[in-house]
Design a protein around this ligand. Structure first.
Ligand code: GTP
Ligand code: MG
Length: 260
């Protein structure tokens, strides 16, 4: 009994320390984000649902290692991944939700989730092979609602049904859910297409084809400030049709800098 209590105390101290580190890192992440202007996708879900595995599958990132244990992710980490439109997004891994948090940790945990409010899109990962999958969903949603997130962020949430490899013949009943197996890599193309559309919509970005003069600075400006998808050179005009993903604010700047 005593040994067990000591072990638990040690574990709690470890978690607290990790949460402290986390707060510092979050700050850094926020700064980075405002500088680079990458859309941020927060990946949330009940603990052990496969968030880390999914992010790894979407980004091909090696350093994050999923572990089959509670709170394998005690650190908020961001990983860059490319979507089919060639847009780069940052996936932020979050701490797994639990319906019954240990007393005294509730505050720290919600603090780590504050950053979800600053993301452009929320992806809710669910382990559909879990016998209590529905209960877990309700628990996650109620936590999200208690964070007082902006309504558009909640409304645009993408629901991912993970671990479908464990449920033969699985087909989602929810209309907007994307079935995947993060482990086997099934359904990832469909998910990426869905994320592409959702991120564009959520961030006020659009895909435009702009006619630019090759002699000027327009093309290099677009490479720097937007995501260039395609360049179609028209040699006889000394021009090119450039297809870009561009934010409303960047497009405004572009027109100001290069009128006419
Ligand atoms: N069969 C199967 N197992 C999966 C799948 N995705 C993840 N897992 C396994 O589920 C376990 C938990 O995965 P993680 O990615 O660590 O889950 P997590 O949501 O990040 O967990 P926490 O960070 O602890 O909240 C690991 O053993 C994974 O290998 C899947 O699609 N199919
Ligand atoms: Mg994890």
């Amino acid at each position: 009994m005593q040994v067990q209590q000591r072990l638990l105390r040690e574990k709690e101290a470890k978690i607290r320390k990790a949460l402290d580190r986390l707060r510092k890192k979050r700050h850094l992440l926020r700064q980075q984000r405002t500088r680079r202007e990458f859309p941020v996708v927060s990946v949330v879900g009940y603990t052990n649902c496969g968030k880390t595995t999914l992010i790894k599958a979407l980004t091909g990132d090696a350093p994050i290692r999923p572990r089959d244990q509670l709170f394998a992710t005690l650190d908020v980490t961001a990983h860059a991944g490319a979507l089919p439109s060639r847009m780069t997004v940052l996936y932020v891994d979050t701490i797994g939700f639990l319906s019954q948090l240990p007393h005294g940790l509730i505050e720290s945990f919600s603090a780590t989730l504050e950053d979800v409010a600053h993301s452009d899109l929320i992806v809710h990962v669910r382990d559909v092979s879990h016998p209590e999958a529905d209960l877990q969903k309700r628990s996650v949603l109620s936590t999200l609602h208690s964070l007082q997130l902006p309504a558009p962020l909640l409304d645009s949430m993408v629901e991912v049904h993970n671990k479908v490899d464990l449920v033969p013949g699985y087909s989602p009943t929810e209309p907007n859910a994307v079935p995947v197996s993060a482990l086997l890599g099934h359904g990832l193309q469909e998910l990426k297409a869905e994320l592409d559309a959702a991120v564009l919509k959520a961030t006020g970005r659009q895909i435009l084809t702009l006619r630019v003069r090759l002699a000027g600075a327009q093309l290099s400006w677009l490479y720097k400030e937007a995501t260039v998808q395609d360049v179609d050179v028209i040699p006889e005009d000394g021009a090119a049709d450039v297809t870009v993903i561009i934010s409303d604010s960047a497009y405004g700047k572009f027109r100001k800098l290069f009128p006419g």
